[in-house]
Design a protein around this ligand. Structure first.
Ligand SMILES: *Cc1c(COP(=O)(O)O)cnc(C)c1O
Length: 382
């Protein structure tokens, strides 16, 4: 039912939707790692966790893993979510948010979106939450935090765990505190097109310091790696872990990327502000996730337009790549058993109208101006 276009060729003068950010020093750092003993999980992973923890979480325990999906799966296990437990989840997100819950056998209760931000609808969460709810999972769509104050009130009242998918909102603050301070578990992704990337990678942080050792064990089959390396391991596995760890190759790139994070952020922010400024007066465009009063990580710039397909096609003819990026998860067959007779009116109202414009560090500001010029031009004739 969705008409999509193939990936655009990387022609000169074209503006692709995404482009990975590779730190200047990475080739050098990688070649150093390749000459050493640790290419898998080694000391650079520890170093990355420690710097990340200080920079983004106000010193919470951090566990680096192989992907954002790994981090989510590990978070769900550590939160104690079991088969048939009810979990409230966003209907609009990357499928990575919800798929690990299928492995666990949890009962997914999808919540509708807030049509102004595409974040989880607090009203709907309030209707869905009950004594049976084990956890609430939410995504800061595009880089704008959800209503963390309200979510915390609900969580406190019903004694449920909050799990924050912050894959799109690295470095974000909410009321002067890092967003990681507002949920039991927070996950990040370092997949190819995220703010910082190691091709694939992820990280889980949490507030309860007592579970750190268990998290380390679960990341590696259930084995205490340090004890094993010390040669005194008792040779038993008492809980089922998996193989979720990050490698030193990945950590080397991410350590370089952390040094460039402020530049990356500023570049993305500037593109966002060029888009906002130039689309503000266009009555045919509504900007979702606008900068507003909270800090924003500027990951996805999303607009609502009535003639979405028309605009997308015209932009493509001008070598500008756009996309919907995520689709409502209730449309996927794998979630079918959770959505029978369920209604998501806010999602319905935007389903055919949203489009994500290019934002990345390979784009120049004049590219951004070119994009908005074309958007305004094509919509004038639409
Ligand atoms: C990117 C992303 C993920 C998945 O992360 P991976 O590192 O690709 O596993 C999860 N949730 C959201 C919202 C994302 O954008």
């Amino acid at each position: 039912m969705f008409k999509d276009y193939p990936l655009m060729k990387n022609n000169k003068g074209s503006v692709p939707l995404f482009y990975p950010h590779i730190p200047k020093n990475s080739a050098k750092s990688l070649s150093k790692v390749l000459k050493g003993r640790w290419i898998g999980q080694g000391p650079l992973v520890d170093k990355f966790e420690s710097i990340f923890s200080k920079k983004f979480t106000k010193n919470l325990p951090c566990v680096a893993v192989g992907s954002g999906t790994d981090a989510l799966h590990l978070a769900y296990l550590l939160a104690g979510i079991k088969k048939n437990d009810e979990v409230i989840c966003p209907v609009f997100t990357c499928t990575a948010t919800n798929i690990p819950l299928l492995y666990i056998g949890a009962k997914i209760k999808f919540a509708d979106i807030d049509p102004k931000t595409f974040n989880i609808s607090i009203e709907h969460v309030k209707k869905l939450v009950s004594k049976k709810t084990k956890a609430i999972v939410f995504v800061n769509y595009g880089g704008l935090p959800c209503d963390l104050t309200e979510l915390n009130k609900i969580a406190k009242k019903y004694k449920v765990k909050l799990i924050q998918d912050a894959a799109q909102s690295l470095g974000n603050f909410y009321k002067n505190k890092p967003i990681t301070q507002y949920s039991d578990f927070t996950i990040f992704s370092f997949q190819a097109i995220k703010h910082i990337s190691s091709g694939d990678g992820g990280l889980l942080c949490f507030k309860d310091k007592k579970i750190l050792k268990k998290a380390y064990r679960m990341r590696w089959f259930g084995i205490d790696r340090l004890k094993k390396q010390g040669g005194t391991w008792e040779n038993d596995i008492k809980e089922i872990g998996y193989k979720y760890q990050m490698t030193d190759l990945g950590a080397a790139i991410l350590l370089d990327a952390l040094k460039e994070f402020n530049t990356i952020k500023q570049h993305r922010r500037k593109i966002f502000s060029i888009y906002e400024k130039n689309l503000k007066n266009n009555k045919k465009v509504k900007v979702i996730n606008s900068l507003g009063k909270f800090t924003h990580s500027n990951w996805l710039f999303t607009i609502l337009v009535d003639k979405k397909d028309f605009l997308q096609k015209k932009l493509r003819q001008s070598n500008i790549e756009t996309n919907q990026v995520h689709f409502r998860n209730d449309r996927y067959s794998i979630f079918k058993k959770f959505v029978k007779n369920k209604k998501f009116p806010n999602m319905d109202s935007v389903e055919k109208k949203y489009l994500v414009l290019p934002v990345h560090t390979k784009m120049s500001f004049s590219d951004a101006n070119y994009v908005v010029k074309k958007v305004n031009l094509f919509l004038k004739n639409a």
